[in-house]
Design a protein around this ligand. Structure first.
Ligand code: SF4
Length: 231
């Protein structure tokens, strides 16, 4: 009986075989390769058969061929990229107000993988597709890592060094606070606030950054402190 193709479970096995030797379960098996005999297997037939996915599927504990039956030496040697991390840092997904927990895997000072944190009571190890792609948010070569500035009436963005940008922001905050300060209202009631500036945060701010922004702006007298993604 010639065997040229089998449909076994989810997979089709095409075989090009020369010598019919026997049957594994109800599946005909033919051999043509040389093999190294093993102890208790003088002809080496079982050793060779054991390397054949279809034989393992038919005789082993993986009848649907979704695991061990279809492992090659290469797939057997593969491991998750999280295995060789130097450290795992707990963090929070920066994208939306759900605040799913993340484990950030680090190797040689660089982020290698970000996965859901099973310890998080909010997400219990889950991340949505956006959160699952956080690694590329951090490691993308197109990520902007410099301060970008467009001058009033300017048409182009330019790079600023961080010290220059921080000085410019500080000057403007002081000036806006001074010009917009309200000590009392029209009826003499104490206000001690400024409407000269406000803060609008976004989902990419993490909890710690939001905490510090809120503290800073309230200390400066601002009352308009808002975030696009509030919990
Ligand atoms: S993983 Fe998805 S749902 Fe969770 S915080 Fe991130 S963006 Fe929001």
């Amino acid at each position: 009986m010639e065997a040229s193709g089998f449909l076994v479970g989810p997979a089709v096995f095409n075989t090009d075989v020369a010598g019919y030797l026997g049957q594994a379960g109800s599946i005909p098996v033919r051999l043509r390769h040389h093999h190294i005999p093993a102890r208790g297997d003088p002809l080496g037939v079982r050793t060779w058969l054991g390397e054949w996915p279809m034989f393992r599927q038919a005789t082993g504990s993986d009848p649907l061929a979704r695991g061990a039956a279809v492992e090659s030496p290469r797939t057997k040697a593969l491991g998750p990229r999280t295995d060789d991390a130097d450290a795992v840092v707990k963090s929070v997904c920066p994208y939306c107000a759900v605040g799913c927990g993340q484990n950030v895997y680090v190797r040689d000072g660089r982020v290698t993988q970000i996965e859901g944190d099973p310890d998080s009571p909010i997400s219990r190890g889950r991340l949505c597709p956006k959160g699952s792609a956080s690694t590329s948010l951090v490691t993308s070569p197109t990520r902007v890592t410099t301060v970008r500035y467009r001058r009033p009436y300017g048409t182009e963005w330019e790079d600023l060094d961080l010290d220059t940008a921080v000085d410019m922001i500080a000057d403007r905050v002081i000036d806006a606070r001074r010009r917009g300060w309200q000590d009392t209202d029209d009826e003499g009631r104490v206000l001690r606030r400024t409407l000269g500036f406000s803060s609008l945060g976004g989902a990419t701010l993490d909890n710690e950054e939001n905490y510090l922004i809120k503290k800073l702006f309230m200390a400066l007298g601002a009352i308009q402190v808002e975030n696009q993604a509030r919990i």
